[in-house]
Design a protein around this ligand. Structure first.
Ligand SMILES: Nc1ncnc2c1ncn2[C@@H]1O[C@H](COP(=O)(O)OP(=O)(O)OP(=O)(O)O)[C@@H](O)[C@H]1O
Ligand SMILES: [Mg+2]
Length: 247
């Protein structure tokens, strides 16, 4: 269970998150929608302990462990995974090397190389992804949509228990959205992982049914509903959806 209590966050003296509360139980799917610049990605980065952000108040606990006292690698080792909004390319480090190193650092000392590569190749196949890039630099020369697919390959190999998807659907075509969503859903059903989906569009929710949809505005969650809230946002916009009586 992830429990965020009264979280306030600043970056360069600018208040971004303001007394934010959110609890996500094991296996639940939560969606955060909200206007640009409202703090959605900031929340995901603070959970992953990005030190560009200063926590001025509040707590984040994962299974009762204090996340705020941990470093990024320690958070990742707890099983928390972030698929980033803007995945970067890393020259000179291959996908295979990065994922193998991550598994090794996590403590899986005797990785069977054949088994690892087979599993990685299967992940590429399941994402309809070109296997020739397994040993090339991470995301180098990849399109936006390809980078998003690569994040999901990482998820399948690292097998997290808590997954944050920051706009995994942005820049992804309809066919690939289906492929990405079905891979996420399959993994979620196998693992009972929790999902925190940050998105601007309800289409991904046709594949992955949320338990809760939250609207974030000015650094706080101002409304919570079911998947109907996402449809309403698409039709009427954020302001009208926030003002409407609860569904
Ligand atoms: N490193 C930074 N330095 C300065 N300001 C920052 C930094 N990171 C985020 N911000 C500011 O914090 C606010 C929240 O940004 P954030 O990326 O969390 O928004 P978001 O809700 O994810 O928006 P979008 O829907 O556009 O992705 C914005 O005003 C942004 O400019
Ligand atoms: Mg963002």
């Amino acid at each position: 269970m992830l429990k965020i209590h009264n979280l306030s966050v600043e970056v360069k003296d600018k208040k971004i998150l303001k007394d934010l509360n959110l609890t996500i139980n094991d296996g639940e799917v939560h969606v955060i929608m909200g206007p640009n610049g409202t703090g959605k990605s900031t929340l995901s980065k603070v959970i992953m302990r990005d030190d560009n952000f200063t926590v001025t108040k509040g707590t984040i606990k994962y299974n009762d462990k204090d996340i705020l006292s941990l470093t990024t690698d320690e958070v990742a080792r707890l099983g928390i995974f972030l698929a980033m909004q803007y995945p970067i390319s890393i020259e000179g480090v291959s996908n295979a090397d990065m994922l193998k190193s991550a598994l090794t650092i996590r403590g899986e000392k005797n990785i069977n190389l054949f088994k690892f590569i087979t599993e990685l190749e299967n992940a590429y196949d399941e994402l309809n992804f070109d296997k020739s890039t397994i040993h090339s630099s991470i995301n180098e020369g990849f399109s936006g949509g390809e980078r998003k697919k690569n994040e999901i390959i990482g998820m399948k190999i690292l097998k997290p228990s808590f997954i944050i998807l920051d706009e995994i659907d942005s820049g992804v075509d309809v066919d690939n959205l289906k492929v990405i969503s079905s891979n996420i859903l399959k993994y979620k059903n196998e693992s009972n992982a929790s999902l925190l989906i940050i998105t601007h569009y309800p289409h991904i929710l046709n594949y992955i049914k949320p338990d809760y949809v939250h609207i974030m505005k000015d650094g706080n969650i101002v409304k919570t509903g079911t998947s109907h809230l996402a449809d309403e946002i698409l039709k009427e916009g954020y302001e009208a959806s926030i003002m409407k009586e609860d569904l």
